[in-house]
Design a protein around this ligand. Structure first.
Ligand SMILES: [Fe+2]
Ligand SMILES: [Fe+2]
Length: 288
């Protein structure tokens, strides 16, 4: 398992919990931002570090999964596009680890203790609730990207899904994260646009339509599984603290409605997706 600094992150503040809790609620009730650990109850601190670690680890694992596609991209223009996306994702990871460091979490020792290049083989062997490893990345980042269709579909699905999750972070009560997320959000939208350009191009071309449909069949369900179960206690806790603003299932619906419209427009079939709550983690995570 991970080092104790990360398994049970401890608020480094010298103030007692009841004093911090008082300061926290005063700020939240007045619509002011939480800015540092002195203004966080133990529970707020734990929730915040949990969400930020999930995003940080997903950003880093995502970047590493894209690296081979710098070499394999079809044209030099696309090799540069992929290299830029890799740079964005490493920057997102670094920005998130820096925020974690600023609230007293030893992010470097956490990162040093995990292998972010580790992947599972996909062959119909979808991940269940058991995670493949003990870093905090979202399950979808454990799968390999095996083709250019996979690569662009990942952006079409996962970066779009992450964008919907980040909408909530744009309203977060934690000021440093809310301010950081604007640039990350803009870059994720560029990744989504790159995915959309290619998915559309491959969908309207008869010679590539079946291949891109196959990629959609594979990645759509995996993306639907990232959002978490409806009405969980954890989601309610995150909402009480203003770390999220919607139920997990509402975010999932916003994502799938958008994908449905694109599919209709480009002649793709939206795959059936039945919730398999066994397979879906409780708390909707943030990544991309
Ligand atoms: Fe990202
Ligand atoms: Fe991205």
């Amino acid at each position: 398992m991970m080092g104790p600094d990360v398994v049970a992150p401890m608020n480094p503040s010298k103030l007692p919990n009841d004093e911090r809790e008082k300061r926290m609620w005063t700020k939240i009730r007045n619509g002011q931002s939480i800015e540092n650990p002195d203004e966080m109850s133990d529970e707020y601190f734990e929730s915040l570090s949990n969400l930020m670690l999930q995003q940080a680890d997903s950003e880093l694992a995502g970047a590493f999964g894209y690296v081979p596609w710098i070499m394999r991209a079809p044209t030099t223009e696309e090799k540069l596009a992929v290299a830029n996306i890799v740079k964005d994702e490493v920057r997102h990871a670094r920005a998130m680890y820096r925020l974690l460091e600023e609230i007293g979490i030893n992010a470097e020792s956490h990162v040093a203790g995990h292998d972010y290049t580790m992947r599972v083989t996909a062959d119909g062997d979808e991940l269940k609730e058991n995670r493949a490893a003990d870093d905090r990345r979202v399950n979808i980042f454990y799968y390999t990207i095996d083709s250019w269709a996979d690569f662009v579909m990942f952006q079409f699905c996962m970066d779009r899904g992450a964008g919907h999750q980040l909408e909530d972070v744009r309203k977060s009560t934690f000021g440093p994260w809310r301010r950081e997320i604007e640039r990350i959000f803009k870059e994720e939208m560029m990744h989504v646009n790159h995915g959309d350009f290619w998915v559309k191009k491959m969908a309207i071309d008869k010679s590539t339509k079946a291949e891109i449909q196959g990629a959609l069949d594979k990645w759509f369900a995996r993306t639907m599984n990232i959002f978490g179960r409806p009405e969980t206690n954890r989601n309610q806790l995150y909402r009480r603290y203003g770390l999220k603003s919607r139920d997990n299932d509402d975010v999932r619906k916003a994502f799938s409605n958008e994908v449905r419209l694109k599919c209709i427009e480009w002649g793709l079939n939206l795959p059936d997706w039945k919730p398999d709550w066994e397979r879906i983690a409780e708390d909707g995570v943030i990544s991309g």
